[in-house]
Design a binder for this molecule. Structure first.
Ligand SMILES: [Fe+2]
Length: 510
């Protein structure tokens, strides 16, 4: 080692620089001819905060749209330097190190940082050779038992790259959230289609290379990169990260290669998301459901309603008179996840128990008139499972279900007994519209379906996201909408605001 501080040691501080030099000392890595073009085309992200840390993510790709899914990266490991500081200018670096980006993980890195202060803001960045990322901002959760300040949490779902611009992500970032939830359909599997505003690269995703390329193309989006850069995210998938309406080992259409496809989709999802090592996939299995505590204020129970579910009843779709959906043995969560959720809800002493999940939870009769028609892909297709979970929600102090999937905003109340409109309310449900899926949308009010379901209080067919604010006394939800997504830069406005008071699971429009 030289006595003069290298640029690397200035960036990282002594111990980490030494570690970096050890790695860089391998001859194959040190050759000057191996210098990379800027590999930070996919941005950076953080996620799954704990009271003492979080996970930091980036993925190296000099050519993100390379059709082989390898992002233009050489077939060798690349050391990535990382830093965490308490200030934006990195004068006070509190953690740093080197993580190896390997070709078998698509040159992604997942750094689990620990030992930090609770309820605190941090800044982070990555460096490879002379290339430096922008600065990301993240935070730790409040310590257990501590109420902390009110939390602004924004959530979104259903971001199709071809259907529109990701303006909603930019507007969400401008709200300065402390936490962001993504509830699935982060990307779509389809090849390019007619009438899309941005061209999807690559075929319908089936192989690991396809999924890696698709994730890379999405991650090049500047609005999405910004949203990742301002706050930690909690992500869960829905169907399109793998394939439309898949259910455990059953694809939408018969496909003998589906399990290989599922394994490839899981691997690429892990590689491209700020997830902890506990989520690393093993073949066709990936443990995505998990709980994130936010002091005494909230518990976020993040669910996976795809990987363990029974196949959709009565052939999927919207069905009238489907008896199968009532079968008490049917499951959307799987037995283990339901038990895990039940344990977590029973033990919770949080002011708010929040379910971050994918599909419509409250009963929703989509058939106008005396007949009842239900979506078989949502919790209505798994009624007994839903009603057991609803019963558990009713035993918490406050429960809020967060939902994506349906490309519309909805707000509703969860009833203990669905055939009694005056039944006790056990929770509220906030459903976020899509970021882009479905295109610009319109101002239709869906009045007939709302009238059919008096517990559902709001509907909007515009694109956007939901901004929430959780405090000890109330939860406030602003349904944010954009007039257009097929053109860039639309402003966001609040289409409706609802408040839920402590211990009163009713929606009050303000
Ligand atoms: Fe979707």
């Amino acid at each position: 080692m030289t006595h003069h501080p290298s640029r690397r040691s200035v960036l990282l501080g002594g111990a980490a620089a030494a570690a970096g030099l050890t790695v860089l000392g391998a001859p194959a890595l040190a050759a000057p001819s191996r210098r990379l073009a800027d590999p930070f085309t996919l941005g950076l992200a953080s996620g799954d905060p704990s009271p003492d840390g979080f996970v930091l993510w980036t993925r190296l790709a000099t050519e993100p749209l390379a059709l082989d899914g390898r992002g233009g990266m050489p077939d060798r490991a690349v050391p990535v330097l990382w830093q965490v500081a308490t200030d934006e200018r990195f004068r006070h670096v509190v953690r740093s190190g080197v993580e190896i980006a390997r070709p078998e993980s698509a040159h992604s890195v997942h750094v689990e940082v620990a030992g930090l202060r609770p309820d605190a803001e941090y800044f982070y960045r990555f460096r490879v050779q002379g290339h430096l990322t922008e600065t990301g901002r993240t935070r730790t959760a409040p310590a257990p038992g501590t109420m902390g300040a009110p939390l602004t949490m924004c959530f979104a779902s259903c971001s199709h790259f071809g259907a529109g611009y990701f303006t909603a992500y930019r507007r969400l970032a401008e709200d300065d959230p402390g936490l962001v939830l993504h509830l699935g359909d982060y990307q779509y599997e389809y090849a390019a289609r007619a009438n899309e505003v941005r061209e999807i690269v690559g075929p319908e995703t089936r192989t690991l290379a396809d999924y890696r390329l698709r994730h890379a193309q999405y991650k090049t989006d500047a609005d999405l990169q910004l949203a990742h850069r301002v706050a930690p995210w909690l992500v869960v998938w829905d169907d399109h990260e793998t394939e439309n309406n898949w259910a455990d080992e059953v694809p939408e259409q018969p496909d003998p290669a589906f399990l290989d496809r599922r394994a490839a989709a899981f691997q690429a999802y892990y590689e491209n998301m700020p997830l902890r090592r506990t989520a690393r996939p093993r073949g066709i299995d990936m443990r995505l459901y998990r709980r994130i505590g936010w002091g005494a204020l909230a518990n976020f129970h993040m669910l996976d309603t795809r990987q363990y579910r029974d196949d959709q009843a009565c052939g999927d779709g919207t069905r009238v008179g489907c008896e199968e959906r009532l079968d008490p043995t049917r499951t959307i969560t799987g037995v283990e996840q339901e038990q895990w959720l039940a344990d977590g809800l029973r033990r919770s002493r949080a002011r708010w128990d929040v379910l971050g999940q994918q599909v419509f939870f409250a009963q929703r009769d989509l058939r106008v008139g005396p007949a009842e028609g239900f979506s078989m892909d949502g919790w209505d297709g798994y009624k007994a499972n839903r009603d057991r979970v609803a019963g558990l929600l009713g035993q918490t102090r406050n429960a809020v279900v967060l939902t994506g999937d349906v490309h519309r905003h909805w707000a509703g109340e969860v009833l203990e007994t669905w055939d009694r409109p005056d039944s006790r309310r056990v929770a509220t449900e906030l459903v976020a519209t899509s970021v882009t899926s479905g295109g610009d949308g319109d101002d239709s009010d869906n009045a007939a379906v709302l009238a059919e379901n008096p517990h559902l209080k709001f509907y909007s067919n515009r694109r956007g996201y939901v901004r929430t604010r959780f405090s000890a006394s109330e939860m406030r939800a602003d349904f944010r909408t954009l007039a257009a997504v097929r053109t860039p830069d639309a402003p966001a406005t609040t289409a409706a605001t609802f408040v839920v008071a402590d211990r009163q699971p009713e929606l009050h429009r303000v």
